[in-house]
Design a protein around this ligand. Sequence first.
Ligand code: TYD
Length: 237
Amino acid sequence: MARFFFGSSSLRGCDDCDVRTAILPAMEHGFFISFEGGEGTGKTTQIRRLAAHLESLGRTVVLTREPGGTPVAEAARAVLLDPALEPLGLSELFLLEAARHDHVERVIVPALDRGEVVLCDRYADSSTVYQGMVRGIGVERVEELNDLATGGRDPDLTLILDLDPEAGVTRARSRNATGDGSESRLDDEPAEFHRRVRDGFLHLAVLHPDRIRVVDASGDPDTVFPRLLAELPEEFR
Ligand code: TYD
């Protein structure tokens, strides 16, 4: 079974770093992968596939999502995605960060400490792009709140599924047409919104080439999955 060791950047604050590296020099940690991208890029399909693939390699996988993943965060999700509520921009951000903090502390960190692989459908980069760039709250402000909410716990790897926004929104709308409509608020945004989301993610990928990889999400799921696998560490392919 593959073993992974985090560098100090993945530990939770400098005071902790010294103590933990001194006492537990060879402690086993998990691996944290976030999936990002616009609506309908196929994240959910691909993340499930990757979970099955990693389990077939003998890894223990925690598959989770944002906003969500704990009862507190799922309650925030219901508010965030309800078309009837429309929280104001900052309220939306605080709800997302509150959900994120609960999720990181209760699900993500414990799973990584157990040495498991965490696959998260959206994470802090979504707030940087949707709230920071597109809603105009500002990247620096949002990144500060992201750090506070996550304790600086960045993913080891972020995969951005990149797709022409028109194709993505068509996919998302046909998915919502089969649901009850309670999670459709952001899918109903105009085309310009989705173009800015795509540009935002691509910009983040340029800023963080060490952590973020862009995967071409056009084509059917069988075509996309090998592209995604090619971006993973050797041990996960
Ligand atoms: P979801 O149904 O999970 O969308 P998708 O399948 O596209 O991931 O809804 C999540 C929505 O919330 C999505 O439109 C993006 C938005 N969102 C933000 O605006 N900021 C965030 O920080 C997160 C995590 C999500």
